[in-house]
Design a protein around this ligand. Structure first.
Ligand SMILES: *Cc1c(COP(=O)(O)O)cnc(C)c1O
Length: 468
């Protein structure tokens, strides 16, 4: 078979056999799929040999680019030892070493500010519970928080609080605390009840206030819920600083710290979902560091293996962990676990990722890139159909609007985000929008030159598509 025939066959077979996530398959099968065969640094290559800049880090997971030699070598070396065993009744070397390394890192990051926090050691994150994807790490967090209060005798603390525009994953528990109607509404009859507080979305503030004079009224609304229902609330879950899938919504300075203080005040556990923000995306290793916030439970995935292997962790404080200790017959055990928990290949890579952060001064590169990004954001903010630009480190969103003055959005059926993204693809930049928001989230180690090239293409695509 000729190469061209083989490519056609693959396209046909994709349509015949694969049901793609978050995809209207009727549209997909009418189109020609881009099929990726190879990657190098911040680029991915399709079967026809066309290279694209990977503008969304292969869905927000990639940090060091593709085929990073150190990570490739680590994976190969671990394959020669063992690819998988289990953490149910056994342990394994990479899982132990990663847990130790991660907890030490987090405690070190926070020890700098420990005097300010003034927290006893029992309140520091100190245990690692492994799973294999972000949604699952959120399920673990929710069940952990729920069962913690059962063990503490506060059996009426069974409800959760989350934010509008929140995204915590696609499993049913994670959807229950989600706040994006377009994704979540259908499943409503299946979900457990959660209290929803306003999203800290300054550009479209539902309280209709003007930042900065608002004094964080969205946090005050959260306090109203806490005040009324705290005796029933197990935990508050939040994506710290950036509601990513909700449209790269960046919370105003002080918001995270304010809601953290409220959790303390009302005796409510705080779950930080750092699945998107973790591992350097915001310019610090974890977003919580920016406002010196120490959650009771933290979820990490996506960047954890630099985009190499599925892995997730749910971190808990010693205090939560301790509540589950007891005699076997007490049934205080945390009855939860997955087949691929603590997978040695994934853990070996995760260890190397932390080494590389150290060795390659990744966060320094982020600072340089953020400067380029922010200059560009300031430029395109002047475009007629760019309503709002926002970023936190290397997570950025450009919100397209029909009318800049009134902030009237484009109707979602118009798919303006998609149109811009398709245009950018023609010019060799792969992106995926969130509705009318163009998401910019390249690998953290992208060179300044490639970043500029990518941003230039996006400018051209926006100007091309959003005419009057
Ligand atoms: C992606 C994401 C999840 C879900 O992770 P999956 O690995 O896709 O299940 C949860 N929370 C946040 C903030 C995310 O960005």
């Amino acid at each position: 078979m000729s190469l061209l025939d083989e490519n056609k066959r693959l396209e046909q077979a994709d349509k015949q056999y694969i049901w793609h996530p978050f995809t209207q398959m009727k549209e997909w099968i009418e189109d020609v799929p881009i099929i990726i065969t190879e990657g190098k640094d911040c680029f991915i290559k399709d079967i026809y040999g066309k290279w694209y800049i990977d503008g969304v880090s292969s869905l927000w997971v990639n940090i060091f680019g593709h085929r990073k030699k150190e990570l490739d070598d680590t994976l190969k070396a671990q394959v020669d030892k063992i690819s998988h065993s289990t953490l149910l009744g056994l342990s394994n070397v990479p899982a132990i070493e990663y847990a130790e390394k991660l907890i030490n890192l987090i405690q070190k990051l926070y020890s700098k500010d420990k005097s300010k926090n003034n927290l006893p050691d029992k309140k520091l994150l100190s245990k690692v519970f492994y799973s294999d994807n972000g949604s699952t790490s959120v399920e673990v967090a929710l069940k952990m928080a729920f069962q913690y209060w059962q063990h503490k005798g506060a059996i009426e603390k069974t409800a959760f609080v989350s934010l509008k525009n929140a995204y915590h994953g696609d499993t049913i528990g994670a959807v229950s605390v989600g706040g994006i109607d377009i994704f979540h509404k259908t499943f409503e009859p299946l979900l457990f009840k959660t209290y929803k507080a306003p999203s800290p979305y300054c550009y479209r503030c539902e309280l209709d206030l003007k930042y900065p004079s608002c004094n964080l009224s969205c946090a005050s609304k959260l306090e109203e819920i806490f005040y009324k229902y705290s005796s029933n609330i197990a935990a508050f879950i939040i994506e710290p600083l950036v509601q990513a899938a909700g449209g790269m919504i960046v919370s105003p300075p002080g918001y995270l710290k304010a809601v953290y203080d409220l959790c303390k005040k009302y005796n409510i556990l705080m779950i930080a979902d750092e699945i998107a923000t973790g591992f350097g995306r915001t310019g610090k290793m974890f977003a919580c560091e920016h406002e010196n916030v120490l959650p009771d439970i933290m979820c990490l995935s996506k960047g954890i293996t630099g985009g190499y292997m599925p892995l997730a962790v749910t971190l808990s404080t010693e205090e939560i962990y301790d509540a589950f200790l007891g005699d076997f017959k007490d049934l205080k055990t945390f009855f939860h676990g997955h087949s691929y928990t603590g997978n040695p290949l994934a853990c070996a890579i995760a260890i190397k990722v932390l080494d590389l952060f150290d060795k390659e001064k990744v966060l320094k590169n982020v600072i340089d890139n953020v400067e380029i990004l922010e200059l560009w954001l300031n430029e395109i903010e002047k475009f007629n159909h760019v309503g709002n630009v926002r970023n936190c480190g290397m997570m950025a969103g450009v919100e397209l609007v029909r009318d800049k003055k009134t902030k009237e959005p484009y109707a979602w059926e118009e798919k303006m985000g998609w149109k811009v993204v398709l245009k950018a693809r023609e010019k060799g930049v792969f992106l995926r929008p969130l509705g009318n928001v163009i998401v910019i989230m390249p690998p953290l180690t992208i060179t300044g030159q490639n970043l500029r090239q990518m941003l230039k293409v996006i400018s051209e695509a926006i100007l091309d598509v959003c005419k009057d």
